[in-house]
Design a protein around this ligand. Sequence first.
Ligand code: NAD
Ligand code: UDP
Length: 321
Amino acid sequence: MSKTIIITGVAGFLGSHLAAALLQTPGTSVIGLDNLSTGKLENIQALLQLPSFRFIPYDVANPDVLHICGTAPIHEIYHLASPASPKFYQAAPFDTISVNIDGTKNMLELARRTGAKLLYTSTSEAYGDPEVHPQDEAYRGNVNTWGPRACYDEAKRMGEVLCYLYFSAYHVPVKVARIFNTYSAGLRNDDGRVISNFVTQALAGQDLTVYGDGTQTRSFCYVTDTVRGLMLMMEKEEANGEMINIGNPIEYRILDVAHLVKQLAASGSRITYHPLPQDDPKVRRPVIEKAKRLLGWEPKVTLEQGLQHTISSYRAKSITS
Ligand code: NAD
Ligand code: UDP
């Protein structure tokens, strides 16, 4: 059966990987929307050659977005548009709020009008600096409205509220993925998130910049695992009206990640310590029982394997560019 899928944020890290994966299925067409604020055309260069892929440079927070996708039936909407790196969302807090609130409402409205299913990429940041560890979906979080992360965390939470309302009031088949730190090649070198920083620094022989004492933890999921989780959520009816953690439940201290990157990249870089950003969550690890039960999903790629791929790709890119 032929299928038309919209991906917002298609030129970003996750969006470009997701589009490439979806276009593997014959009969699938993807319409990608992106305002290129943090994404890059380079990420979708190969896709732009495909007749099954159409790119529309557009701000999804603009209500006119409802009219620009044409009249073709739309079957699925993956709404990913939003800066995700603290560096970028803190540099554009109002745009971050707007894309997650106005943009999400626009996409939900498009889903309601076309009968499409919609998946919204929320975040582990919805748990804030968690007081319950590890985090399952029933935990309501510990988010600060009065600080530099609030524009992202609270906007994502409001995006979830809109999803809930469209599901309960209009019966739109909505799914919310709470994604935990995902990485791989494809993250911009200047993305600012920890894996792109450490890998870029290790390969350039620069200091690896650990914030705080490095005892804070994160759980890192390789992009192919995350993308497979998102596709399963879209596919499974059991995920309608559900909020599901998508992440790797193996937790690492950031300092240990720095040592691992150094070792795998055979880098002589030093590790240096810098102030911990305000409200930086101290721990983060998903409970993924719900994803296992409803989707039959769990991650397959270990951090060591994923970092090896990531380091090789960054190395190859730095040689060719
Ligand atoms: P990214 O910054 O690489 O990609 C986001 C894309 O959205 C970019 O291409 C950007 O140009 C686009 N965009 C931003 N505002 C837009 C707007 N108003 N209109 C159209 N396009 C717009 O980030 P990513 O890592 O690929 O994250 C994708 C989604 O997944 C985000 O919603 C993010 O919050 C969520 N998420 C990601 C992670 C992760 O670890 N990567 C973790 C949790 C949640
Ligand atoms: N971090 C770090 N050095 C860096 C970048 C990030 O020590 O160069 C830390 C950051 O303080 C946080 C963790 O790594 O504790 C993950 O940060 P990232 O920005 O990747 O994502 P977050 O999970 O905080 O949104």
